[in-house]
Design a protein around this ligand. Structure first.
Ligand SMILES: NC(=O)c1ccc[n+]([C@@H]2O[C@H](COP(=O)([O-])OP(=O)(O)OC[C@H]3O[C@@H](n4cnc5c(N)ncnc54)[C@H](OP(=O)(O)O)[C@@H]3O)[C@@H](O)[C@H]2O)c1
Length: 314
C-alpha cells in the first residue's frame, strides 16, 4: 500500500486533534479522478466537522481526512472517465459527506471537478470551489437573482460573501454588504454599492426593501433580516432553515441552501468567470498544510478576509 501525507482526525475536538501524518493513498474508482493536491483551503465547514457538529448529517469514520477545496493535477482516472486525463490541471469540491482534500492525493467523482482557470495560480484557484459553488447555489440556484434587484449580503468580506458580492454584481444586482469598518474599502473594491458597519449600526436601519438577503450568520442576524425584505423578496440562509411561518407573515419566500454535489457544472462556469476577470478569488494568506492547527485557530476567529489557503505540494 502506498502512503501519502494527510491531515486526519482520530476524534472530534478543537484544532489540536488535527494530525499531519501518513495515510493510505486513495485509488480512483470508476468515474473518479485521482488528483495530486497542490492547494486546499480552511473552511468553516471543516471547523464544524472537526468539532463533531456535522456528525448528525455526516457520520464520519475515524481516522477521517478533512478538507473540501482542491486545486491540483490529475494523476490518474478511473474507468469510464473521458472528460479529464492525467496531467490536466483541475479544481474540485469534495463531497462534504466524504471530504479528503487535506491530503497529497484525493479521489473524487469527475462530476465534482472542472478545468482549473488558466489565469489563476493553484493557490488562487483553491480559494474558489466551495465558497464559489455555495454563493452560486444561494444567489443563482435558490435566489434566481436578476439584473436590477437589490441584494443584502451578510459577512461580505468572508469566503462566501466575497464571492457572492462579485457574482451578484455580475448578474446586474445592486449590492449592499455588511462588514467591519476595516473591510469597507475591500468590499467596495469587490463591487459592493454600499457597505454597512454591522458593529456600529443595526443593518436593518441602513438596508430596506431588498429583493434578497444572503444570510451567512444565522440566529439573531437571520431573524432581524426578515424586516429588510420587500414583499415577494427572499431570505436565503446557509446556516439554518428559516421559518416558513415567519416568511408567510412577512409576505416573502425563504430557502435553506446546503451546497451539495455535484459541483462540477457550476465550477466550470465559475472558472470561466475567473478567467474573464469577472470574479477574483480572495486569498488572505497561504500556509503550509502542516500548519493546519494554526489555520483553523485563525479561521475560527471569524474575521478572515476571503480564504486561508493551505499549500500541499509544489
Ligand atoms: N450551507 C452551506 O452549504 C454552506 C457553505 C459554505 C459556508 N456555509 C456557512 O456560511 C458561513 C459563512 O461562511 P464563510 O466561509 O463565508 O465564513 P468566513 O469566511 O469565516 O467568514 C468570515 C467573515 O465573517 C464576517 N463576520 C463575522 N461576524 C459577522 C457578523 N455578525 N455580521 C457580518 N459579518 C460578520 C467577518 O467580517 P468582518 O471581519 O468584516 O467583521 C469575516 O470577513 C459559515 O457559518 C459557514 O459554515 C454554509
Amino acid at each position: 500500500m502506498s502512503t501519502m501525507k494527510a491531515v486526519r482526525i482520530h476524534t472530534y475536538g478543537d484544532a489540536s486533534v488535527l494530525t499531519y501524518e501518513d495515510a493510505p493513498r486513495p485509488t480512483p474508482a470508476a468515474g473518479e479522478l485521482l488528483i495530486r493536491t497542490v492547494a486546499t483551503t480552511a473552511n468553516p465547514f471543516d471547523y464544524a466537522a472537526r468539532a463533531g457538529y456535522m456528525s448528525g448529517f455526516f457520520p464520519y469514520e475515524f481516522p477521517h481526512t478533512l478538507g473540501l477545496d482542491v486545486s491540483g493535477v490529475v494523476e490518474a482516472v478511473g474507468e469510464g472517465v473521458t472528460q479529464f486525463a492525467p496531467g490536466d490541471e483541475v479544481i474540485a469540491r469534495a463531497n462534504p459527506a466524504q471530504c479528503g482534500a487535506y491530503a497529497e492525493y484525493i479521489a473524487l467523482p469527475a462530476t465534482e471537478a472542472a478545468p482549473k482557470p488558466g489565469s489563476l495560480s493553484h493557490e488562487q484557484a483553491a480559494a474558489l470551489p466551495h465558497v464559489g459553488y455555495t454563493a452560486w447555489a444561494a444567489l443563482i440556484g435558490a435566489g434566481g437573482i436578476e439584473a436590477g434587484q437589490t441584494v443584502l449580503i451578510h459577512a461580505a468580506a468572508g469566503g462566501v460573501g466575497s464571492m457572492a458580492v462579485q457574482l451578484a454584481k455580475w448578474r446586474g444586482a445592486t449590492v449592499i454588504g455588511t462588514a467591519s469598518a476595516s473591510n469597507h474599502a475591500f468590499v467596495k473594491e469587490l463591487g459592493a454599492d454600499e457597505v454597512i458597519d454591522y458593529n456600529a449600526v443595526p443593518f436593518e436601519s441602513a438596508a430596506k426593501d431588498v429583493d434578497l438577503v444572503l444570510d451567512t450568520i444565522g440566529g439573531e442576524t437571520l431573524e432581524r433580516s426578515w424586516g429588510v425584505l420587500k414583499k415577494g423578496g427572499m431570505l436565503v440562509s446557509l446556516l439554518q432553515p428559516p421559518s416558513e411561518e415567519t416568511a408567510v407573515a412577512h409576505g416573502v419566500r425563504q430557502a435553506f441552501v446546503m451546497s451539495m454535489p455535484p459541483a462540477g457544472d457550476a465550477l466550470r462556469t465559475l472558472a470561466d468567470l475567473a478567467d474573464s476577470g469577472t470574479i477574483k478569488p480572495v486569498v488572505s494568506s497561504v500556509m503550509p498544510l502542516p500548519d493546519i492547527q494554526q489555520a483553523h485557530a485563525q479561521g475560527e476567529g471569524r474575521h478572515v478576509r476571503g480564504k486561508i489557503v493551505l499549500k500541499v505540494s509544489e
